[in-house]
Design a protein. Structure first.
Length: 181
């Protein structure tokens, strides 16, 4: 992502990268090591996105947004709102009422976080992106203060729709992001 962003020109096409990570904690630029509550054998990787600590693992869609914000006429706040709305609208397709919470980036079902965001902007272009919990082992979240919030509840799409399929949800997420961006 860093290399792609550094080598971008005015003509570089924007891209969305989807993946599933092996178990890993990522600690953003504002991350405080004390938000890792205990070592459970999951690697901790310091990265250059905003935000605190989060967990990535199998059963979670991670979407990296490599976008020229200037070309799209987007501010960071505008991009964050569109990303959150894409997740909210995707979850609505599954009958799940999700929302944004003031002062707490991400997407929530009730008080439980289901989608997390973390970005880096360099020369008007962004990278990093969002993570959406689909059908994963949520246990590792208990070893951290997710996004720096002690006791934050975490949920996933499969808790509301056990038939959620990674491939279908990924396609719907891309469609929602393309519509919003």
């Amino acid at each position: 992502m860093q290399e792609f962003t550094t080598q971008r020109t005015a003509d570089t096409t924007d891209e969305l990268w989807l993946c599933e990570h092996p178990p890993v904690f990522t600690l953003g630029l504002a991350g405080k090591p004390e938000h890792l509550l205990r070592d459970i054998g999951v690697p901790v990787v310091k990265i250059d996105r905003g935000g605190q600590i989060t967990y990535h693992g199998p059963g979670q869609i991670v979407c990296y947004l490599l976008l020229d914000l200037k070309r799209r006429g987007l501010t960071v706040k505008g991009l964050v709102n569109r990303m959150e709305q894409a997740i909210i609208d995707l979850l609505a397709e599954y009958g799940i009422a999700a929302e944004q919470l003031a002062g707490a980036p991400g997407v929530y079902v009730g008080n439980a976080k289901i989608g997390a965001l973390g970005l880096k902007v360099k020369n008007g272009c962004c990278y990093h992106g969002l993570a959406l919990n689909i059908a994963m082992d949520l246990t590792p979240f208990a070893a951290i203060n997710p996004c720096g919030y002690a006791g934050m509840a975490i949920t996933q799409l499969s808790a509301f729709n056990p038939d959620a399929n990674m491939k279908k949800v990924s396609a719907k997420l891309v469609a929602q992001l393309r519509e919003k961006l």
